[in-house]
Design a protein around this ligand. Structure first.
Ligand SMILES: C[S@@+](CC[C@H](N)C(=O)[O-])C[C@H]1O[C@@H](n2cnc3c(N)ncnc32)[C@H](O)[C@@H]1O
Length: 311
């Protein structure tokens, strides 16, 4: 896919109804030959809208007005390019726990949770957050993760987690203000509720930091699995990770994870983790598929804001 096409796809599939500012910006970039040429000087893995927009936000540049964005990007390209080369999109969205919870709560307890592509590990605390599915609340405290659920009865209990560990090529540290600033910059401009959620979830994680190991999801997963305690249900899970992994490595990962003990929960785009038979998605927007041990169960929205159960 060309750079222009990827920005157009972001503008038409990912941003609509979620971020008007990024929808405008991505559409403008898809038609902006000067910025497209600058992006073309970066390695293919460093050209995505989320990375560009997040870096400009981190540097204090404008992301509301496409003309101001263009001028800022052209004038500050060396600084923007340097940040884009050294950083990765590592959005850590605790809200995704709301789509994991129905599966986690139904597994034999207690759980030993191992997240692949954990970023700062905020999805490793599904037992510490509160949830609201319509009128139905589970858990107490903050953050409260709101999720529109259809086709399912909302979960009635939190999981019991006795071990939590994460694996990431570049683990972020929720106790480091610079890492939290990057996580903040990755949140889309209008999403003040997600910014508040990041702060609340980071406080939960910082109070009891997870084991986060630097490593690759194929090469280093078995060694981390070996550290999981006996007597708990091992859950290897990942959300919004595989789009960052080359296709042959995705296949190698699926093979490794299928050979592991315990359960495997995937919350990924069907473009990167295909399933044999899927119903029509509930809309035009971007959806992930929630799957347990390779069986698809539900369509989910990217930040955990909705789940449509079809299994
Ligand atoms: C978009 S973030 C998602 C973070 C988290 N799963 C969530 O849903 O909030 C994807 C994460 O996957 C990590 N990642 C990408 N490729 C990886 C690999 N080959 N092995 C381990 N982690 C990887 C990235 O560093 C990044 O932190």
């Amino acid at each position: 896919m060309s750079i222009a096409a990827s920005y157009l796809e972001f503008a038409t599939r990912e941003a609509p109804g979620v971020s008007p500012a990024y929808e405008r910006l991505a559409l403008a970039v898809s038609r902006d030959d000067e910025v497209l040429a600058l992006l073309g000087t970066l390695p293919p893995s460093k050209r995505q809208p989320n990375l560009l927009f997040g870096v400009v936000r981190l540097l204090g540049g404008p992301v509301e007005d496409p003309a101001a964005f263009h001028d800022y990007a052209v004038a500050n390209w060396p600084a923007i390019a340097a940040e884009m080369r050294s950083r990765a999109t590592q959005t850590n969205e605790a809200g995704r726990c709301a789509v994991l919870l129905p599966v986690l709560a139904a597994l034999p307890q207690p759980l030993a949770m191992l997240e692949v592509g954990a970023s700062a590990g905020l999805c490793l605390y599904p037992d510490r957050y509160a949830y609201r599915y319509g009128d139905h609340q589970v858990g107490s405290g903050a953050p409260v993760l709101e999720c529109a659920a259809t086709g399912m009865a909302p979960p009635t209990r939190l999981p019991e987690v006795v071990w939590r560990a994460g694996l990431d090529l570049n683990p972020l540290d929720v106790t480091d203000p610079a890492d939290v600033a990057w996580l903040d910059a990755l949140i889309w401009p209008e999403h003040t509720h997600r910014r508040a959620r990041l702060r609340a979830a980071a406080a939960v994680a910082a109070a009891d930091p997870p084991v986060l190991m630097r490593g690759d999801l194929v090469d280093d997963l078995p060694a981390l699995v070996a550290r999981a305690p006996a007597g708990a249900t091992l859950v290897v899970f990942h959300t919004s990770v595989l789009y960052q992994v080359p296709a042959p490595r995705r296949r190698a990962f699926a093979e490794v994870v299928r050979g592991l003990p315990g359960h495997w929960i995937a919350n990924e785009s069907p473009d990167v983790l295909p399933h044999d038979a899927l119903p029509q998605p509930p809309g035009e927007a971007f959806f992930n598929v929630l799957a347990l041990d390779g069986t698809p169960l539900a369509w989910t929205r990217g930040h955990g804001q909705a789940i449509d159960w079809f299994a």
